[in-house]
Design a binder for this molecule. Structure first.
Ligand code: PEP
Length: 256
């Protein structure tokens, strides 16, 4: 199974989110084989987008959460509140949040809270340009994975998505090469198998960073790439439609 996630960030309001959600359904209409598709609008648009994607193959995701269930945490949104809104996936530890608001440990608490509430965490990891230049990407990603996965107690049907998102590729128009992505995905998979064996079968590894309609196929056709997390291109309907079509084509050709 291939997964395509659109992270709409703070780029769209409710009206545009509803239009995008309709566009996603249209792009998938009539396709024989479709990827697991998740759209992540801003919090304020969740309720309206939910109405559009309810009872379809498109799932609703959120862009963040807080780890406590309830209480005096002004401005925060808990996993339980998201679940109440029909949310099934939640992005955790996005590099834009790590840069401004949160630590590796906070990402771990958020991922654990997501699982407890029955949500699938999409845990983002990835090195900066400076770290890549110093060839420390493996060390950085390992540190982020340990912090994010150690608090998890996955059980039953719980799933965890890990998105390898090199920071230097996010929003720059300069994606990693598929070969770079494959190498890091293999590393991530190997590390999870060795250090978190109970998560091996539950964890899928997605690539994110300047994925668009023209390069999505090259990533998605790789066996090591379970899917893509798309930012900028996911709010351009034609681009995102092309990403979804690329995923459909790979699934049809490879039967995955
Ligand atoms: C992201 O924000 O997760 C992302 C991958 O952004 P972009 O596709 O714009 O690089």
């Amino acid at each position: 199974m291939k997964t395509v996630i659109g992270n709409w960030k703070m780029n769209v309001g409710t009206r545009e989110s509803v239009a995008l959600a309709r566009g996603v359904l249209l792009a998938l209409r009539g396709k024989k084989a479709i990827p697991e598709t998740v759209v992540c609008p801003p919090f304020t648009a969740l309720a309206e987008v939910r109405k559009i994607v309810a009872r379809t193959h498109v799932a609703l995701g959120a862009q963040d959460l807080f780890w406590e269930d309830s209480g005096a945490y002004t401005g925060e949104i808990s996993a339980r509140m998201l679940a109440e809104h029909g949310v099934s996936h939640v992005i955790v530890g996005h590099s834009e949040r790590r840069a401004l608001f949160e630590t590796d440990e906070m990402a771990g608490k958020k991922a654990a809270a997501a699982l407890v509430a029955g949500l699938t965490p999409v845990i983002c990891v990835g090195e900066t340009a400076v770290e890549r230049k110093a060839e420390s990407q493996a060390v950085v990603v390992k540190r982020q994975l340990v912090a994010a996965l150690s608090p998890l107690k996955a059980k039953g049907k719980d799933r965890v998505l890990v998105a390898y998102e090199p920071v230097w590729a996010i929003g720059t128009g300069e994606p990693a090469t598929p070969n770079d992505a494959v190498a890091m995905h293999a590393f991530i998979r190997g590390f999870i198998a060795e250090s978190f064996p109970s998560l091996t079968k539950r964890a899928q590894v997605l690539y994110g960073g300047s994925v668009d309609g023209t390069n999505a196929y090259a990533f998605l056709r790789e066996k090591e790439v379970d899917g893509v997390l798309v930012g900028g291109a996911s709010v351009k309907m034609k681009e995102f439609g092309d990403v979804l079509s690329a995923a459909c084509e790979v699934i049809e050709k490879q039967g995955v």
